[in-house]
Design a protein around this ligand. Structure first.
Ligand code: ZN
Length: 546
């Protein structure tokens, strides 16, 4: 490969869980340039400009030396020249400086070994910002980096000196690199900043030690075994919260037992995901996973859908057809919205569960089925049993184990990781270059109560990905109802005053009432005069009225 082939997206690797970023295989840090500028200022004030220049030059030199070594090992270069040029390219990709190499002229003996124009040096910028214009070039770290890189790459001592620098008022920085012997006397004033004689030796020693340490670390990691399981399950279930981790733990346990499971929870909490998870964790993994929404199939068709029918069993039954119980044979049948099952079907389902055989509509023989049934409902089945709308015997048959999936508002730790996962999926689906959430948008997601749960969050993310102007989702891209977020939602570290909560809530209700103050007052069960008085007061404080 060639220096020009280095691509930032390929050099950068990051763990989706966060924490460690790698650049070209080495751990790298994202660092604020201004913080480095402040460190520079501190060094100059503590050590004097000469001392600071020495530290920063040697810091840059070590960085360049290590980078060259690393690049040589990590990439298959077309030739040595490409590897030597890669240092400048890398520096550009890392955002330190834009390197424009100047072509070397034919050897006349006096031409520099390397020469480049530097645009937008972060170092000159920071020096100007914190210390003002200097009398001499100031890109010490960058010059040190170039020297270290070229010295390693060429196996000989190369020094890079800035002849012009933005830090002292020039339009661009201009760097010249020569072999030590070619510099002659001109290098003498610069040498003390490098202390090159011992530096290479020290670095060689450090590298040796580092390699030994890495080897020890690898051996140790092997001993310790695989890393602790990630909080995002491979099946895509996000469980940062203790509540959800408990659900997954229970699901994993019941997966091993071939019993019927009742999955309960509000609409949109992801009951089918849990059912699929149980199937995937069970011995039936190799068999089919068949799902049906009992509430979505007309009563007349449900029996034939579940149990199948014989040819001629009813008008339109032109051929024999197996039902879903047979289709799921050897696997799992997921009966969603089981609470919607009509009474006549409840009896038939109970019989199938008890006898483990189905009878197709219009047939008088039974067929054995080997199916594990998982059922789900958003209804309170106990209440349905009390109201005589759901058979008690079927309820007990289904509810051998019950898994309650908590609503999103009871597992707030999952909101942002889930939002990010759903955002990524939506961006991929819609081919939109959206990669994250603005802090304001993230905060709003945390505040909202999510009555529609994960499904609502998924829809919100998809919509926001389509609307987003840049690479991040901002507040305006979120659905309007999120703006009506329950002000009572408590977000750790962000406690609001009661008055603010009251104001936000009243304004939200007013907006929801289409601005009708009489209606809003009635909903809030306060007098219209009280509402007017409050609105007037908030106007008076200059706070936004809506
Ligand atoms: Zn400079």
């Amino acid at each position: 490969m060639r220096a020009a082939d280095l691509d930032l997206r390929e050099l950068l690797q990051f763990d989706p869980q966060g924490g460690v970023i790698r650049f070209g295989g080495q751990r790298a840090l994202l660092f604020d340039a201004v913080a480095l500028g402040l460190l520079r200022k501190e060094l100059i004030e503590t050590l004097s400009a000469t001392g600071a220049r020495g530290v920063l030059t040697r810091f840059g030199y070590a960085h360049g030396w290590r980078t060259a070594e690393n690049l040589k090992e990590q990439f298959p270069w077309d030739d040595e020249g490409e590897w030597r040029r890669a240092g400048g390219r890398l520096h550009t990709l890392q955002g330190l400086v834009v390197v424009e190499p100047l072509a070397r002229k034919v050897e006349s003996g006096t031409e520099p070994f390397a020469e480049a124009i530097w645009h937008d040096s972060y170092e000159a910028e920071q020096h100007l910002l914190h210390l003002g214009q200097a009398d001499e070039p100031v890109c010490w770290t960058l010059a040190g980096f170039a020297s270290g890189y070229l010295s390693y790459a060429n196996g000989r001592q190369v020094y890079c000196i800035e002849e012009r620098c933005r830090g002292k008022g020039d339009a661009v920085c201009h760097i010249v690199g020569r072999m030590r012997e070619d510099w002659g006397e001109a290098i003498a004033p610069h040498l003390p900043f490098y202390q090159s004689a011992c530096l290479d030796e020290v670095l060689a020693h450090v590298t040796h030690e580092l390699k030994r340490a890495e080897k020890r670390l690898r051996a140790r990691q092997k001993e310790l075994g695989p890393k602790t399981p990630a909080a995002t399950d491979p099946s895509g279930l996000v469980a940062q919260s203790a509540a959800m981790q408990k659900v997954l733990e229970l699901a994993r346990r019941v997966a091993k037992v071939d019993s019927t499971v009742l999955i309960t929870g509000e609409s949109g909490v992801g009951k089918e995901r849990i059912a699929r998870f149980i199937h995937d964790e069970s011995a039936r993994l190799g068999g089919p996973f068949v799902a049906i929404n009992c509430g979505a199939v007309p009563e007349g068709l449900l029996e034939s859908e579940l149990f199948g029918h014989a040819k001629g069993a009813f008008t339109g039954a032109t051929q024999d057809r197996p039902g879903l119980f047979e289709a799921a044979s050897g696997g799992t049948l997921f009966l969603d919205e089981i609470g919607e099952l009509p009474p006549a079907m409840q009896v038939k389902l109970l019989r199938v569960l008890q006898e483990r055989e189905v009878r197709r509509v219009g047939e008088n023989r039974s067929r054995a089925v080997d199916v594990r049934v998982l059922a789900a409902t958003h209804r309170d089945l106990v209440a349905e049993v009390h109201a005589a709308r759901f058979r008690q015997d079927l309820y007990y048959r289904l509810r051998v184990v019950e898994i309650r999936v908590p609503p999103l508002r009871e597992r707030r730790e999952d909101i942002l990781p889930l939002a990010r996962t759903l955002l990524q999926a939506a961006a991929k689906r819609t081919r939109r270059p959206v990669t994250g959430l603005s802090p304001r948008a993230a905060n709003q997601l945390l505040r909202y109560s999510w009555p529609g749960n994960v499904r609502e969050l998924e829809n919100a993310m998809e919509r926001a990905v389509v609307l987003a102007q840049g690479s991040r989702i901002d507040l305006d891209d979120l659905p309007e109802e999120l703006g009506l977020a329950l002000p009572a939602a408590y977000v750790p570290g962000d406690v609001r005053s009661l008055e603010d909560v009251e104001r936000e809530y009243i304004l939200a209700v007013l907006r929801a009432s289409g601005g009708d103050k009489v209606k809003a007052a009635r909903l809030l069960k306060i007098g219209t005069a009280t509402l007017y008085r409050k609105l007037k007061r908030w106007e008076g404080t200059g706070r936004p009225a809506a």
